[in-house]
Write a protein that binds this ligand. Structure first.
Ligand code: FA5
Length: 347
């Protein structure tokens, strides 16, 4: 047994010399000291078969060898660790004298997108489904389904772009084209209440000025349920505006005409910049026109698949561009689509 111990001791030392990293060290440890089949462990197990007096002597000897090997093993581990640390500091060294890289320009979201996303968040938290819809649309969904008679002058108020030689199709002049589409999609045969909000781009053949664009964004929403009234209409809009501006808002209704609501209103909000005193943003009126709204016309409910004797609804729609103008105190709507980076970089 003495010879075996000596042999293992020498073998271990020889192999330890060749170890260059932690992986090699771990292999070596396994080979000699693994509990199940390590070479040194096997010798220790063999002690059990010896007679008591020989066991004592060999046990002492084996412990001395073990201590020796453990010491060597530990020194090797420290040596490898020191080497790894030296490599690491070399690999990750920072040259503090190197000149700074030029600052990278980062892109960001357009102010109208920011306003839209905020509105979507608030509406979704109030239980509204958020939907998207087609911009090239049939005249039916933009006007016909919304109770616009064929030759009604209200169609002209929207200054619609029609497809050449096919007046059944147009670029939608408002996102209200989604009202009947969404009622039909979610009403489950006219038996289910629906809350939906739908932002999107709209097009009008407008004479451009500081508050009118030919392409702009609207945000609209409706609720259909059993007993909807004007109190619900005002409460829902106020809650949404509160979420958008992070404070209570004061609103007022004026009569307004839209063929798809009855009664219909224009809603103003007390100017948040001057709190009604009059300033540049509200053109010294103290109030800012925010949106069109009203209770859904029975013909529209019918077109959406509901029985108007049983169901009722509210709807409101606003210009996102104007909403962003108000939020950021921007006086000319044309900045938004100008693509001028000096303007956009401010957001
Ligand atoms: C409508 O478009 C109705 N669909 C809104 C509505 C929905 C009423 C549901 C009732 C119920 P109006 O044409 O007023 O309404 O436009 C709505 C908003 O879009 C306006 O308040 C305004 O903020 C914005 N808007 C209208 N025309 C322009 C334009 N040329 N450029 C920028 N924003 C505009």
């Amino acid at each position: 047994m003495k010879d075996e111990l000596k042999k293992i001791q020498e073998e271990f030392k020889k192999q330890l010399k060749e170890v260059a990293d932690f992986a090699g060290l771990s292999d070596l440890e396994q080979k000699f000291f693994s509990r199940k089949s390590g070479e040194f462990t096997n010798i220790m197990k063999g002690l059990r078969q010896l007679t008591d007096d020989v066991k004592k002597e060999m046990g002492q000897k084996a412990n001395e060898v073990k201590k020796d090997l453990e010491g060597l093993f530990e020194s090797k581990r420290e040596e490898i660790q020191a080497k790894e640390m030296a490599n690491l500091t070399e690999r990750e060294a920072i040259d503090v004298t190197q000149p700074l890289l030029p600052k990278k320009e980062r892109g960001h979201l357009h102010p109208i997108t920011l306003a839209q996303e905020k509105m979507e968040d608030v509406a979704a938290n109030m239980g509204f489904i958020i939907e998207d819809g087609p911009e090239l649309e049939s005249d039916y969904y933009v006007f016909g389904a919304l109770n616009f008679p064929d030759d009604h002058p209200a169609r002209e108020s929207m200054d619609t772009f029609y497809v050449l030689e096919n007046e059944d199709w147009c670029m939608r002049a408002h996102v209200s084209n989604m009202q009947v589409r969404l009622m039909r999609k979610y009403n489950e045969g006219g038996t289910k209440a629906v809350r939906a909000a739908y932002p999107g781009k709209v097009y009008r053949n407008e004479a451009l000025d500081a508050t009118h664009e030919h392409t702009f964004h609207q945000f609209e929403a409706f609720v259909v349920d059993k007993t909807i009234n004007i109190g619900n209409l005002v409460a829902v809009i106020k809650q949404l505006l509160k979420g958008l501006y992070n404070r209570d808002v004061e609103v007022r209704l004026r009569p307004g005409y839209f063929p798809f609501v009855e009664p219909g209103f224009e809603m103003d909000m007390k100017c948040l910049f001057c709190m009604g005193k009059g300033c540049r943003v509200c053109k010294n009126i103290g109030w800012v026109e925010m949106l069109g709204c009203g209770l859904m016309h029975p013909n529209v409910l019918k077109e959406g698949g509901y029985d108007p004797n049983e169901w009722s609804g509210l709807a409101f729609g606003m210009g996102l561009t104007r909403l962003a103008m108000m939020r950021y105190s921007i006086e000319d709507i044309r900045h938004f689509m100008s693509g001028d980076l000096r303007f956009l970089e401010q957001f």
